[in-house]
Design a protein around this ligand. Sequence first.
Ligand code: FCB
Length: 399
Amino acid sequence: MTSIRRDFLWGAATAPHQVEGNNTLSDWWAREARMPGAEPSGDAVDHYHRYPEDMRLLADAGLNAYRFGVEWARVEPRPGQISRAELAHYRRMIDTAIGYGLTPVVTLHHFSSPRWFAERGGWLADEAIEHFRSYADTVTSILDGVEWVATLNEPNMLAMMTMLAAAMQRGDAAQWQSPTVKGATQVLLPVPDPSIGRRFVEAHHAVRDIVRERTGANVGWTVANQAFTAAPGGEQKLAEVRHDWEDLYLEAARGDDFIGVQSYSSQQVGPNGIIPYPPHPDNTMVGTSYRPDALGIAVRHAWGATGGVPVLVTENGIAVADDTRRIAYTAEALQHLYQAIDEGVDVRGYLHWSALDNFEWGHWEPKFGLIAVDRETFQRHPKPSLAWLGNIAKTGKLR
Ligand code: FCB
């Protein structure tokens, strides 16, 4: 039988822009208005006001951890101007989580930046890292008692978004589709430019040092793991693609306290590059293949590429309307995770994406949540998968 740690984190995750609502000072708010075919985030699911209820639902189900983020645009609405009220808001979230017995896992940056930051050239500007460092420094003032901090969420996806934002700036807006929803018309995503990736590595290391200096938290970052495998003849290309897509970011985590693994699906690499997800009736609402085994591939690869940095699964989930499929997918994914633990990978926890159905970067259609939300009344409707995952959390036993 797999033995998991007594302090194993069992939880769910969200990102501020996807759930809070009215994040009007962020670059994403502006972008939604310009992205072809995008829906606005609007009130989102009003998590900004309703987080106590949401946390209570997670805790009542049996979970012991909650990953959420701090929204930079709220904390620093203008360069150097800090909102004490917003800092106090996020401190209340931390206290509320702890009060419910949920270990907070706090993300400092989850895709969205302040609008002023974007207008000054975003991540490509000379002062970008200094701006991020100074914001992170401010946030450390509210992190007392927080044991887990993620600096940047998915820097590899963020590199790609940065490239697309630059294309949009040049008037090439037709390229802008949701970064995560692979609709029939979606162009293949550009390979994240390693020179942008290296800026994120620098930003991550700078902020990691500050968090370590000022807090007692474990610090790391989270990577969008692709669980790439080679199609016949694709072995050499696989190494190349893997480097630019993820190994650059995984190798930069050597020396971190944990590596956040985020896994949804798996993709093949052929001699000419990444092979698009083949059409299949089981494909998810974001167009990816149904691949619960991806989590095992991702966790093993992250463990190897980081040289044995402890793994925290910071996201794993599936966009499906039918909740029984979510349970089936997650049950299988957890079996693969347990196999990796049996093989000796040091896994510290599993945080499901997502606590709530939410704003999937331009789209409301994909359903990733353990809890459904009526977007007019904001009423919460926990799905059977929430109680199901909570039961696993209580015993650690998969059946
Ligand atoms: C990840 C993001 C998260 C969500 C899931 C589905 O890439 O970190 O915000 O969009 O995918």
